[in-house]
Design a protein around this ligand. Sequence first.
Ligand code: B12
Ligand code: SF4
Length: 504
Amino acid sequence: MRPIKDKFILLFMPQPTAEGRRMPPLGLLAISSLLDKEGYDIRIYHSYDKKDYIEALDCLDKAICVGITSMTGYQIFDGLEFAKLVREKNSQVPIIWGGVHPTIKPRQTAEHHLVDIVVKGPGEDTFTELVHCLDRQESFEDILGIVYKKDGKIMENQGRPVKKMAEYPRLPYHLLDDFVERFIKKNEYASRSLSYITSLGCPFRCAFCYLANPTFERKWDYYPAERVVLDLEFLAKKYNLTGIDIRDSNFFVDIPRVKEICRGLIQKNVKIVLTGLNGRSDQLAGCRPEDWQLFKQAGIKELLIGAESGDQEMLNLINKQNLVENTLKCEITAKKYGINIINSFITSFPPAVDDKKQIKSVLKRELNNTVELLRRIFLVNPAATVLLFFYTPYPGTPLYDLAVKRGFFDPKKFEDWRLIDLAHQVTPWTSKKHIRKVKLLRVLIVFKKIFSQEYLKKKSGWKVNLLRYFGLAAAVNFWVGLRFKYKFYFLPFERILFIIIKTI
Ligand code: B12
Ligand code: SF4
């Protein structure tokens, strides 16, 4: 590790879930972009790198401040654990929190004794101004977009007008250079892939999505195509990448921009695959064959579509403003061009009915219609990729209030939000039977894919041959097809089979 200078800024990315996944801390890089240009020594640590950050904690007397980012849920718990360590080592250094959750609940966050200042919303300018004031030991009380404590009272300053993301410099990935290899991942399509973001926000307002919270006033903002191309070219060369994982909420808002990015990558001969691109099925279903051809040529290998449900009434309830049929249309077209779609479904949204029996019947209908759509997707593409999640209520969204009405625990203290696990089932109106069905369906979805001829064709080895030659794969596939067609879920022996297969 590079020696720490006379003064430095310590930034921390807590672990997202108990199991955790490591991703580059793009938010922390964004708030560092201006300060890095000014020459500040900025140290960014991931929760997994305890050995490394312990060293930095020993130098806290040189720290201008400590910054912690957090989503709702487990990151709060992990972030507070880190803040505790900070406080034990140094009672003076200001602890600043920012990110999705502190933005949604700024006052509640600021009330916690391990939080000194909260930055609401985009942090590039607010954090830079804060660091300047703290560094010069000047008052920070007039800075826009902060919430802080003064004489035991919570003070909330006016919000800061949101600037265009293109006005800020390129994210300073080099700040991760000590550990960058830990963020470069292998995936199905690329041996070395890193995350990048080309746009923020989304013009839609689905009632379950965190973007439906009015706090996130930025509708959709983006880097122009030339900038994206230059950034991708730079990252690919610098880190010897073969892929980039695009983490936008909605990459396909402006199709002409997408096409310009594709053309730019082709012209500059940037040989990378692009994965994880979030888009809506209506946006993609509207694309022409030549657009899809261009996507393919530019290296787009994988799209992530929030299909959400196969039940049109449910789509309407969650304000998806989309049609079930578009999911299928996209699957058909993407298959033609060899682009894989990750179809993401969510079950168990809070129904708009009060009666318990009615709730059950709505959930049953919703799940059956989703299974029907899955059946049709697998007919079109036997090796389709499908994810099935339980709905998790995000604070501040229109569906959140309905969820609370249906019995969801509404935390009143910052630390209690750590109990809300956004990655698992948390909704009290979901019956045990529904949960069992979903757990079985998750296995069936995987079986349908991995036992398909299309999938097995691409694989080799004795296990695959065994499955192929003895007709085992075809038998499992046929059986799963029956489950999908007739929608029966009793005797879920496949779950045991799945565990056995995983252990072989
Ligand atoms: C990358 C990402 C991740 C990464 C890590 C993110 C992290 N921050 O730790 C990983 C993959 C680990 C992750 C996991 C999860 N994620 Co996630 N993730 C994202 C994603 C796609 C991008 C975040 C990002 O980098 N944005 C770009 C930066 C520039 O913006 P930003 O983070 O908002 O940062 C700005 C401000 O918030 C602020 N800021 C941020 N941090 C700080 C810190 C300080 C000190 C200051 C001053 C300011 C500040 O300044 C920044 C610049 O303006 C977002 C969706 C999106 N497109 O934004 C979801 C999102 C954040 N994830 C979300 C969720 C729920 C999850 C999960 C917990 C569950 C799930 N269903 O997805 C999982 C866990 C699953 C698992 N098994 O690991 C939700 C959060 C909702 C909420 N209420 O908190 C989001 C919004 C997407 C969604 N599903 O709706 N995620
Ligand atoms: S389209 Fe996707 S990103 Fe946009 S509001 Fe809906 S769920 Fe959120």
